[in-house]
Write a new protein. Structure first.
Length: 162
């Protein structure tokens, strides 16, 4: 399978998951972690974007806020996290998994509409956005999802896999 086809399938899976998610539990955290890890590996191999590559159209801020609000409500206590430590070991900055997931979605979704007519442009847009913006969100989300999965009680993890 060509790398670009695999990336497209991962993007479609991620967008479908975000669009259909109605609860966030251990299974959903695993799905998100798995998809984001694979997508990060695949898109990272494409290399840096060319200077002429540009992002797609502007994001609908109302739709973005609606998605963020939905994910924020579903995530509840899972949403916020601390990102950095200062020289004294104190946590410095907080992040939001809902914000990370929303920004990734809003960067990926427009490319899906281009696939039939301009597949190269869609891939170039994803690569460009990954290096300029959503790649950082992806790394933060993967890190936070990993921590969340480690914190889940052993009974919840075992029960969800049975």
């Amino acid at each position: 399978m060509k790398r670009s086809q695999h990336i497209i399938e991962l993007v479609e899976s991620y967008c479908r998951l975000i669009e259909s998610i109605e609860r966030i539990g251990e299974r959903e955290l695993e799905q998100l972690s798995h998809l984001l890890g694979k997508l990060h590996a695949e898109i990272g191999v494409l290399g840096k974007p060319r200077p002429e590559q540009a992002q797609l159209s502007a994001i609908d801020l109302d739709a973005r806020f609606e998605l963020f609000s939905h994910l924020h409500a579903l995530l509840g206590d899972y949403d916020r996290y601390w990102m950095e430590f200062d020289a004294h070991g104190h946590e410095q900055m907080s992040g939001s998994l809902a914000d990370d997931l929303t920004d990734i979605y809003c960067e990926l979704k427009p490319g899906l509409t281009l696939l039939d007519e301009e597949p190269r442009r869609a891939l170039d847009s994803w690569r460009h956005g990954f290096h300029l913006h959503w790649g950082e969100h992806m790394v933060d989300a993967i890190r936070h999802l990993h921590r969340l999965r480690l914190q889940l009680p052993a009974t919840e993890t075992a029960a969800s896999r049975a």
